[in-house]
Design a protein around this ligand. Structure first.
Ligand code: PLP
Length: 370
């Protein structure tokens, strides 16, 4: 069924959305079965969003269509030169059944920054937000109702032009898919072990570290395997002697007098979870220092008792305390209640806001289903 009319209000960008319902959508029973144990990134909703961009036509043909394979020419530039970017945010169901998302303006702005760095076209913020609303209009039943669960939204954009010459593509696609996400720590939040990668970097100055692009992840996979082999769940990357971030999460150190330290670098991805956690900390009157932090500062601070804990943060896992940093020839251990207290209380405050259990003083939430 194709409806040549927008499902909701006409697009602010003046585009007409074409909506094709999935005739093979999962039944209520099938969806409930999936939602009873969603895991992460394994199941996808019944629909997806798809927009085209061309040098001549700009952004056009916005569609919501059945979830399914994307036809791609084998010469599509993305398959050869990795001209690709993505985003990650969540839809949260509140107690009254309404569906909300968190700071999507930040994701829209970051997608634009990533686009500039990867020589991709910038998607206007209105179209980005509208893509979220259009998908949720059809797939709202996929937003879980259990506490700590959500619908993970994955916008992405890539070079579709079939051309093996090396230049920015003149044909690009923007897509949005969604995947129900269970609680990241089903048994309760547990501190993780981190491996310090000294043989590999994920980014360099002037590179793409500050852009959310698949290539950064591709280069983190080998060190990630090394981390698993060492019994660690994540990798910490360095820029020389300075700490940067994990493969997909930002890093924060906590001092004994309640300061939060986080690395400053032009090759770190600017996390929205990080920015929000730092804001909540400042609201509590805590001091935040964003500056260069050497691995020795962390080591010595942990030894002297000045640095009492560390945590990683990102949309998927929210806040994860770090119990141990393992390196080739040393370890940093954070244990005891003081090492996780602040991280856990900031985590709770943030998730309370996201799930509508606490006042949204900063106006961070946007309703998606109305
Ligand atoms: C997405 C991402 C983060 C976390 O960003 P959030 O906006 O908090 O989800 C951190 N580092 C990298 C490399 C990322 O790709």
């Amino acid at each position: 069924m194709t409806i040549g009319l927008p499902l909701q209000a006409p697009s602010p960008a003046g585009l007409i959305w074409q909506v094709t319902r999935n005739e093979n959508a999962r039944s209520d029973a099938e969806r409930d079965e999936i939602l009873s144990s969603p895991g992460f990134g394994q199941h996808f909703t019944d629909h997806m969003v798809d927009l085209c961009w061309s040098e001549k036509g700009g952004w056009h043909r916005p569609r919501v269509q059945p979830y399914g394979p994307i036809p791609l020419d084998p010469a599509a530039a993305v398959l050869h030169y990795s001209q690709e970017i993505f985003e990650g945010l969540k839809a949260y169901r509140h107690a009254d059944g309404s569906v909300w998302t968190f700071r999507p303006d930040r994701n829209a702005a970051r997608l634009q920054r990533s686009a500039r760095r990867l020589a991709l076209p910038e998607l206007p913020e209105e179209l980005f937000i509208e893509s979220l609303k259009q998908l949720v209009a059809l797939d709202a039943d996929w937003v879980p109702s259990n506490p700590e669960e959500s619908l993970y939204l994955r916008p992405f954009m890539f070079a579709k032009e079939a051309f093996l010459g090396v230049r920015a593509a003149k044909k690009v696609g923007y897509y949005l898919i969604a995947s129900p996400a269970g609680a990241y720590f089903p048994g309760g939040v547990q501190p993780v072990n981190i491996w310090l990668s000294t043989d590999y970097a994920r980014a360099g100055h002037g590179g793409t570290g500050a852009a959310k692009t698949g290539g950064n992840y591709a280069s983190s996979l080998l060190p990630q395997e090394e981390a698993y082999a060492k019994g660690c769940q994540q990798v910490l990357f360095l820029d020389g002697e300075y700490i940067e971030e994990l493969g997909g999460m930002n890093l924060v150190l906590v001092t004994d007098d309640g300061r939060l330290l986080t690395p400053e670098s032009d090759s770190i991805l600017e996390g929205i979870t990080l920015a929000s956690i730092l804001q909540l900390a400042e609201d509590r009157g805590l001091k935040v220092e964003q500056r260069k932090i050497s691995i020795d500062e962390w080591r010595e601070g942990a030894a002297s008792g000045e640095i009492v804990g560390a945590f990683a943060c990102g949309t998927a896992a929210v806040v994860v305390p770090i119990g141990k940093l393992m390196a080739n020839d040393f370890e940093i251990v954070h244990e005891g209640p003081q090492s996780t207290e602040l991280a856990m209380s900031l985590r709770e405050e943030l998730t309370d806001i996201q799930y509508g259990r606490r006042e949204d003083k900063h106006g961070w939430l946007l309703r998606l289903d109305a």
